[in-house]
Design a binder for this molecule. Structure first.
Ligand SMILES: Cc1cc2nc3c(=O)[nH]c(=O)nc-3n(C[C@H](O)[C@H](O)[C@H](O)COP(=O)(O)OP(=O)(O)OC[C@H]3O[C@@H](n4cnc5c(N)ncnc54)[C@H](O)[C@@H]3O)c2cc1C
Length: 458
């Protein structure tokens, strides 16, 4: 009988990096990701050291009829990857910031590394709420961050992509070289290939007036209604989101929030502190905050705005996009997820879109749904006794806001795979073009595992 080691021996010999199969210590280390609710069980993991290792893995998958998947951090793990070859990009860790305003990073780099490298130059990358998320997974899915209404989507700042497409060919992609791929990779996530390096613009932003106001559950009605009215008039210098929180008592959770229902209003202002204080004043006055953590901070500390969890944890998520948030929608949300609703979720979050996010990009891309007004994300932690309640309750939250849902979803939010999710991530024209591109660049259909939001119909 052929053992797993023997099956992959031919590939192992061609690699500079390591290959691990189930039972080997490196396999356990490389398949561990952020979301421990899903156990990844690929047939083998390639720890890529260079783009050629990625080429070898993709070609081996094609000749052996296997799927190939990619993982940097596991923040977007959406399926078990059974039987696939997983390319782990953690060792592709190049990170160079050019003082004239752009960066080049390897596919394994996380945002905090770029934040720290850009800070001495007064520059800022358009990272997301959690600096531990990978640059490539985030950016290829659009990338909606704490200053997004001022600066737009991260994917619109991409200059160049180095990628191994599904046909095993390494390519350099820009607006003028391989323009079809330049269109499709920005928004298409891993559907067309495995990115090995990314080059993108930074913005000049050494500091930002940002943070969160935390209010008691008893004030939820007043705070959420005020946030709705207040956010509707904000200029693009302001990016805001609102989270209904039920944080457990655990290290890192401030005492006033631990084990209680609270409401967080996140705010980031790219103008002066004085003008930001004036803009935030009506929100500060909505109720007496339990914690007021909005202040001028170095941009490299932007992770404090959302204070997302850092350590691996089990998570189940769901998401929607909304066209608007009238007062009736706030009432519907509070009825199903407010302080008296006995919601099992840890976070029910609304991020306001609009501003620069709604602008037409200079270079068109596969990222859709730019006209949505809010993104809803529902996050639960599947532990007894509430584990079984999370999915039905998330469906109930979505149903309550159903009258205002667009039917779409952002590729990055609520990590999921499968046809229903593919259909929600793209409009029909974009999906047709992405499918055409996958046929051209992935003829053996190796890129069919992972958080891949597009596959040709079987
Ligand atoms: C705590 C937390 C906070 C988040 N905050 C935000 C946020 O503020 N804004 C936002 O937009 N999203 C956010 N996300 C979603 C996140 O951007 C996506 O889940 C993203 O895919 C994570 O990328 P990763 O590389 O870290 O994860 P991984 O699990 O390693 O990868 C996930 C997927 O990304 C794609 N991918 C990764 N690497 C490559 C590659 N080299 N080539 C091609 N495709 C690749 C693949 O489709 C892969 O399946 C958050 C997620 C979490 C868990």
């Amino acid at each position: 009988m052929t053992t797993a080691v023997e099956t992959f021996e031919a590939l192992r010999r061609r690699l500079t990096g390591a290959l691990a199969v189930p039972g080997e210590p490196l396999y356990a280390a490389l398949t561990a990701g952020f979301n421990v609710a899903i156990a990844a069980t690929p047939a083998a993991v390639v720890e890529a050291r260079d783009a050629q290792d990625v080429v070898e893995a993709v070609r081996f998958a094609a000749t052996t009829g296997r799927a190939v998947a990619v993982q940097a951090t596991g923040h977007g793990l959406a399926s078990t990857l059974d039987g696939a070859i997983l390319v782990h990009t953690g060792r592709l860790d190049e990170c160079v910031v050019h003082p004239d305003g752009w960066a080049r990073v390897g596919a394994g780099v996380r945002w905090q590394q770029v934040l720290d490298a850009a800070a001495p130059h007064g520059l800022a990358p358009l990272c997301g709420s959690a600096p531990a998320v990978g640059v490539v997974g985030y950016t290829t899915g659009g990338g909606l961050g704490p200053v997004a209404r001022t600066y737009g989507w991260a994917s619109d700042r991409v200059r160049a992509i180095e990628i191994v497409t599904g046909d095993g060919v390494p390519r350099r992609v820009t607006a003028t070289e391989e323009p079809d791929l330049f269109w499709g990779v920005r928004g298409g996530k891993g559907a067309l290939g495995i990115v090995t390096a990314l080059e993108f613009d930074l913005v000049p932003l050494p500091e930002v007036y940002a943070g969160a106001l935390y209010f008691a559950g008893a004030d939820a009605h007043a705070v959420v209604h005020r946030w709705r009215e207040w956010s509707s008039a904000l200029p693009a210098e302001a990016t805001t989101s609102l989270a209904l929180l039920q944080l457990p008592p655990m290290p890192g959770v401030p005492e006033p929030l631990a084990g209680k229902f609270s409401v967080a209003v996140r705010f980031a202002w790219t103008g002066s502190q004085a003008s930001g204080e004036a803009v935030l004043a009506p929100m500060r006055a909505a109720a007496e905050p339990l914690i007021d953590a909005v202040q001028t901070i170095p941009y490299a500390g932007i992770g404090m705005v959302h204070a997302d969890p850092v350590d691996p944890m089990p998570v189940v998520e769901d998401t929607d996009l909304l066209t608007a948030l009238p007062a009736e929608a706030v009432d519907a949300l509070l009825a199903v997820a407010g302080p008296d609703a006995r919601s099992p979720q840890v976070i029910v979050e609304l991020r306001q879109l609009g501003g620069a996010l709604a602008a037409e990009p200079a270079q068109p891309s596969a990222l859709c749904h730019r006209d949505a007004a809010f993104v809803l994300t529902i996050i639960g932690v599947p532990v007894p006794p509430i584990a079984d309640a999370l999915v039905p309750h998330a469906a109930a939250v979505r149903a309550a806001l159903g009258p205002w849902a667009t039917g779409g979803a952002l590729p990055n939010h609520g990590a999921a795979a499968g046809p229903e999710r593919i259909a929600r991530s793209y409009d029909a024209e974009t999906l047709t073009r992405l499918i055409e591109l996958t046929e051209r660049y992935d003829p053996a259909h190796v890129l069919r595992a992972g958080q891949v939001p597009v596959r040709p119909a079987a």
